[in-house]
Design a binder for this molecule. Sequence first.
Ligand code: ADP
Ligand code: ZN
Ligand code: ZN
Length: 752
Amino acid sequence: MFCVDVAINLPVKNLFRQFTYVVPDNMAFLDTGWRVVVPFSAQKTEGFVVGRNDVVKNAGNLKSIEAVLGDGPWFDWEMLEAARWLSSYYMCSLAEAMRLFVPGKSSIKRTAVKDEKGNFLYYRYKERLKEKTVTAYRITEKGRAELKEGGIHLKAQIAALAALDGKGFLTLKELSKYKASPSVLRRLLERGCVEAGRRRILRNSYTAETERGEELLLTDEQLAAFNTVKDSINKNDGKTFLLQGVTGSGKTEIYLRAADLALKEEKQVLMLVPEIALTAQLVECFQARFGDLIAVAHSKLSQNERGDVWHRMRTGGAKILIGVRSAVFAPFEKLGLVIIDEEHEGSYKQEERPNYHARDVALKRCALAKATLILGSATPSLESYHEAKSGRYVHLRLTKRANGSRLPVAEIADMRRELADQNFSVLSRRLKEELVKTCAAGDEAIILLNRRGFSTFVMCRDCGTSITCPHCAVALVYHSAGEAMRCHYCGNTAKIPETCPKCGSRRIKFFGTGTQKAEAEIMALPEVRVLRMDQDSTAQKFAHADILKSFAAGERNVLIGTQMVAKGHDIPGVTLVGVLSADSSLNLPDFRAAERTFSLLTQAAGRAGRRDKDGCVIFQAYDAKNPVILAAAAQDYDSFAEGELKYRKELFYPPFSRMLKLTGLDKDRDEAQALAKRVVLFLETLQLEKRLSESVMVLGPFPGLVEKVMDLYRINVIVKAEDMQPVKDALLKSDFKEQKNLFFDVDPVSVI
Ligand code: ADP
Ligand code: ZN
Ligand code: ZN
């Protein structure tokens, strides 16, 4: 008899400790990593065995493990280590971290077992996951003998037996290839030549029919990049690569080659994408090249489907897993390569507890598994770019488009000049002219409505200056009429000025109109057939892909929409891209506003002219000389990054600091405020007592941009530090750790 420590799988945030249970003799095989059923308070619940416990003195007082789940340990060493790291890095309990690695949230189901008289005997526990099975057939001894001795004369029966000989259970569908009909199998069954059983089949709700993809002859740049990666995959050295390639430079082909190589080395591949629907083309490329070796895990899978997908990875039934951020927790038989496409995308960060970032989890898993990691993007996150520049990642660059087409340079339409010239349309004269020309020539256009940030900021219509906080260099936020503007970094407030602080103009504008007007104006142009892509039109499962397909097929010639029209896809006929209000998202009160805007504009421009015809790109902006807009127009990532990094360094923002956002949530505003205030005092006291470095910056408390969400007030505290671990450790040792209404967001994507 021995004891084990168990992390309890309950969705509570303040259950940090583990519990010790006795292992009954009939479960002596139990070991670290198994999922089990244990009695916990008045209920039975799922637990994860996290280690043996040989120091327990009076095991007599302890409860016993009730049952085991699955037919082997779910967590291998590498998954368990990753979970431990997750819990300490993201400040959550070990159980919360481990829950991420199992397909269902609570995965057991209880049924009462009774005797003939109906008396209760005991509970039986079963996994909630349902395996889908179908009837399948297997050859018997008798069948084999008759096949050999020629005891059967009917051709169809002989063919069916021959197909089954030497194999396990085959389904009717598989047997139909050998012309074995249900009636043939029924005869064989009656003669005792085959037996029937059930076989598990794995559901895959994502199937695309594509032709087999051909390998392309690599360009010199692609070849150089691939050779470097190749070396790492061969050596199993766990290196990280930043593959920075301009839009259309052929990053996909490198992913495919790297994956192919990993497969040849008998390793598995994980490919993360921001969203399956938006990356349908990439998935299709992989399916065309690798067929059945691929499993896809998108966010709309049912729990059962997800269980099947993970089963295929664990058993090695599939070799390549393509999935969204949560796929980073899948089990693998042998992981050798991880690819993160569009690594800069915000959707890799989970916005709820545990607030993990899939890129950082992947970094950890790759380090543990000695797997190669490729981060791909045309506009890398400044974090990754900084790592590459510092030599911690290998920097691979593709500077030219792979098919020889030219990278478009954007024109900037100055909307202040348009106004001055009495053009009150939302379309500049140049964009209108190009739209008409493009449609007349039978080509296609994409119009991006950069809606983000509208109506929250205040800007001068004459000089384009937006009102910013003097301490933080971010735009002040305007909430509702009569109220002052507020900085969401330091809490500083200011009155809305009567005149522009820079040029003295009285034409101060609150942003908030545009999208309907834009659509109406565009539709009124000759030969324009508009297709919309936004939240409403893409609510269904694969609506994105359908819209893009119909656009690619040329039924409509102008695609209008928000961010999603700008990303990833490769549509040959598009020669014009226009962006309305290119500079509006620069004014969001977030230190990443410039980075996001640059990335969005670059991606949008990259949709144009991807084949023989050159692309035309027009950015409409009020602040037409803004360096971020200029850099995006020139597709000059480096000069953007250099400028932005300098600014981040001065203001001690990531990647030069780490950030932690603490949010107090309460129905009562004062309570939330008091809680946040206590956190600030706690950290400041530690600093006074020299137990925490003075260089740690504690900002706040100040209200969130959306101050009340579902009747809960949110008050934030932001901490900036070069090394955040001491801050985390101090908080995890304090009462704040188990404080129910205080939330930690480590490396927040948004600080508002
Ligand atoms: P990215 O993901 O870098 O934006 P893609 O992988 O979508 O670029 O490639 C852009 C286009 O270039 C695709 O149509 C692709 O088929 C083509 N392409 C990629 N590599 C090559 C190559 N070596 N030779 C010719 N065409 C290529
Ligand atoms: Zn002004
Ligand atoms: Zn400020």
